[in-house]
Design a protein around this ligand. Structure first.
Ligand code: ZN
Length: 475
């Protein structure tokens, strides 16, 4: 149908089109960070000039970091594709097997070695960037709380855990594709569905505690208010935890998880004014700063197109003398009522259904494309190993589709955010939600000036000003 060259160069061209488009969008936002140095009129209410400037510089640093990181990955991918990096890795995996006495007929074994090598490679190549981001960028703006030792331990744990999860899944997936016959895509979809449910279940009880300390929220006013709010809307709250996020960074968070009647809520200690260890540091070291204007910082919505619901916030540590971290009880309840809105309106279920339908369709198309030998030729293979088919098709051939899908999901996510805010209003928590958003946004050094095109493409949460406006309106 298409020649190998056509396929290969179309893939490469598309990667560059996406890259140029993304760079263009980022440059628009970066331009705003550089030029809007005075607090705009509509932002004055939520941010004082000093915080505005801090937010601007933080955003600018992140944007510059993003530029170099993006350029590096783009060149890296291009070089890998042009120099046949994927076949090279596949051959190396085969050689390693040969050395320990297996021949290349053991496709699944070779695929496991291939996956492990790829993971080692990507970990090593991204490590300097992660280190820089944590210990230079975040540190400079007062967000990093990790010691080098903590960081190293964390990375090692993460690496081996991912390996332990990914390798068996890859092996079973390939096995199913090989023995599944014409309708293997039904079984692969079923398998990935079961695995994802399993992971969600196991994650909370066995995986997350490997990284962070979870403790039940102590009895008290906050706990009983949360329980009665949950009860008032029939949320089946089983457990209520505080996680020690302050060891990691001063970013804060609140989320719920669990199936059916077994829901848990997790609050980051950094979210809670009365609980955050960062505030304890503050009271010891500092001149308190409560100058009537607690809510003077700006809001940057979470821009990761992640469908999992998280309210990502943060605060500063460097400026210990500057302010208290986190929210008071009323504001915490408002943040939670927003989260419970996601549950009441079945947002997570809707996301799950969309992602399952998507996985099913992708495997179906994969089943068809897998038979086209020219796809393998195009990427430098004269055989057609299943794992290579998965990489080529899911990562490269599907990339135009993935771009469109991710844009639509981001838009849907923003829609859900407005709905959850409206739900919080419905529970008469609009006012507290407003002040929580402003406070957390300030804690987080969010830059409230957003380019419309950039935010439309990237923001999974609406820009702060839009959110605040919408909350007022629904009043
Ligand atoms: Zn939300």
């Amino acid at each position: 149908m298409f020649s190998e060259e056509t396929i290969f160069y179309s893939v490469l061209a598309f990667l560059w089109i996406v890259y140029i488009w993304e760079s263009y969008l980022s440059s628009r936002q970066r331009h705003l960070c550089k030029t809007v140095t005075k607090v705009p009129e509509e932002v004055k209410e939520i941010l004082d000039p000093e915080s505005f400037e801090k937010a601007r510089l933080y955003q600018l640093d992140k944007s510059n970091f993003g530029f170099w990181n993006g350029l590096f990955s783009q060149l890296e991918t291009t070089i890998i594709l042009l120099c046949g990096g994927i076949p090279l890795l596949w051959i190396s995996a085969g050689r390693i097997l040969n050395r320990i006495g297996y021949n290349q007929e053991y496709e699944i074994t070779q695929s496991i070695v291939f996956t492990a090598l790829a993971m080692v490679y990507s970990t090593v190549i991204s490590l300097p960037w992660t280190v820089y981001s944590t210990f230079v960028l975040e540190e400079k703006h007062g967000f990093n709380k990790q010691t080098p030792g903590f960081f190293a331990k964390d990375q090692v744990k993460k690496f081996f855990l991912t390996l332990a999860i990914a390798l068996p899944i890859t092996a079973v997936l390939i096995y199913i594709i090989k023995v599944g016959g014409d309708y293997f895509f039904v079984y692969t979809w079923l398998f990935t569905f079961i695995v994802s449910l399993l992971l969600i279940t196991v994650y909370a009880d066995y995986i997350a505690p490997l990284f962070d300390k979870f403790t039940p929220l102590p009895e008290g006013e906050l706990r009983s208010s949360i329980e009665s709010m949950a009860e008032s809307i029939s949320f089946p709250l089983k457990k209520l935890f505080v996680v020690e996020g302050s060891k990691r960074s001063s970013h804060s968070n609140a989320y719920f998880y669990g199936f059916f009647k077994n829901k848990r809520i997790v609050l980051f200690d950094t979210l809670l004014e009365t609980y955050s260890p960062l505030n304890k540091e503050t009271t010891e070291v500092s001149k308190p700063i409560e100058v009537g204007k607690e809510c003077d910082w700006s809001g940057k919505p979470n821009s990761t197109p992640n469908t999992a619901e998280k309210e990502d916030r943060s605060s500063e540590k460097k400026e210990k003398d500057h302010k208290k971290q986190g929210c008071n009880n009323e504001e915490v309840l408002a943040v939670l009522s927003h989260e419970l809105g996601h549950w009441k309106l079945s947002h997570n279920l809707k996301n799950l259904i969309i992602s399952q339908v998507n996985t099913f369709l992708c495997f179906m198309v994969f089943a068809f494309l897998m038979k086209r030998k020219e796809l393998f030729f195009a990427f430098g293979f004269d055989t057609s190993p299943t794992i290579i088919g998965l990489v080529i098709i899911f990562q490269f051939i599907f990339s135009p589709y993935n771009e469109v899908l991710s844009f639509l999901m981001t838009a849907l996510c923003r829609h859900f955010e407005f709905q959850a805010d409206a739900f919080a209003k419905f529970l008469h928590r609009g006012g507290a939600l407003r002040s929580a958003l402003i406070k957390l946004n300030k804690d987080n050094l969010g830059f409230p000036v957003t380019d419309w095109l950039y935010s439309t493409w990237h923001y999974s949460h609406p820009p702060l000003l839009e959110r605040l406006k919408a909350i007022e309106k629904t009043d």
